[in-house]
Design a binder for this molecule. Structure first.
Ligand code: CTP
Ligand code: CA
Length: 235
């Protein structure tokens, strides 16, 4: 439910939110994709609207509909999302990168459908790195007035190099964003599920904060925290 115009903790704020998973074309009918459902991003948009924000919603592939009331931009690939994000971020008070952005895309995109020709070896798909949109947003923000709060999301598993929180703390530093919302993922966890459990890490020395429950509960906690962080970082 949207508050009356001018009410709510994010009243007067423009919030850009990316959501869903990018799709990287191989040919006109095939792509490389990921399992992001877009549910958490949609819940964030709903929570930001409920807090009184104007929401620019950058939707990559989603299994759910974006909430009504957002300024909607549909994108397909990481490169398209980059364009849309840089444009939407200009004039936004908050940018939340909840989209699952493909780290790599096929080096070549065939403009015609790739055919299997009998007797030939299976094709090898060469990949190239996609730009790091979040990092680029942070660099632009820092080069400009700096009055913008940038929030990243990270899905982490522990591995032989460290546990989930260690990886997340390193990522927060590397990305240079203000907040990093960390999901613990694993087989059967998080992707497409309705429940979520996250830790919110701050780049401004505030203690990590946990939030769990439905994706709407988590979204409300993240939006709440963004409101607090805004008043702390830009009093
Ligand atoms: N992200 C981005 N551009 C990319 C990749 C990721 O903007 N090319 C953003 C995501 O939207 C998310 C954050 O960066 O907000 C962290 O994404 P993640 O995949 O966890 O980070 P990576 O730097 O890609 O690290 P990893 O190698 O662990 O995948
Ligand atoms: Ca990644």
């Amino acid at each position: 439910v949207e508050p009356p115009a001018g009410a709510g903790p994010l009243a007067g704020c423009t919030v850009t939110i990316s959501a869903g998973g990018t799709r990287e074309a191989l040919d006109p009918v095939r792509f490389l994709g990921n399992r992001s459902s877009g549910k958490q991003g949609a819940a964030l948009a709903a929570a930001a609207l409920a807090a009184g924000a104007h929401v620019r919603f950058l939707a990559a592939h989603m299994d759910v509909q974006p909430p009504a009331g957002v300024e909607l931009v549909r994108v397909e690939s990481a490169l398209e999302l980059r364009e849309a994000a840089l444009q939407a971020a200009a004039g936004s008070d908050v940018v939340i990168m909840a989209a699952a952005v493909a780290d790599f895309r096929p080096a070549e995109v065939s403009h015609t459908k790739i055919k299997k020709s009998d007797g030939e070896d299976a094709p090898v798909v060469r990949l190239v790195r996609n730009p790091d949109i979040l990092h680029e947003l942070v660099e632009r923000r820092n080069a400009d007035s700096g009055k913008q709060l940038i929030v990243g999301f990270a899905a982490e598993t522990g591995d032989e190099h460290g546990n989930v929180l260690e990886h997340a703390a390193a990522k927060l530093k590397r990305k240079g964003c203000d907040l990093l919302v960390v999901n613990h993922v694993g087989v059967g966890r998080v992707f497409g599920q309705d429940e979520n459990s996250v830790v919110i890490l701050s780049g401004h020395g505030v203690e990590p904060q946990s939030a769990s429950g439905s994706k709407s509960d988590v979204a409300a906690a993240v939006i709440d925290r963004i409101g607090d962080e805004l008043s702390r970082v830009f009093p």
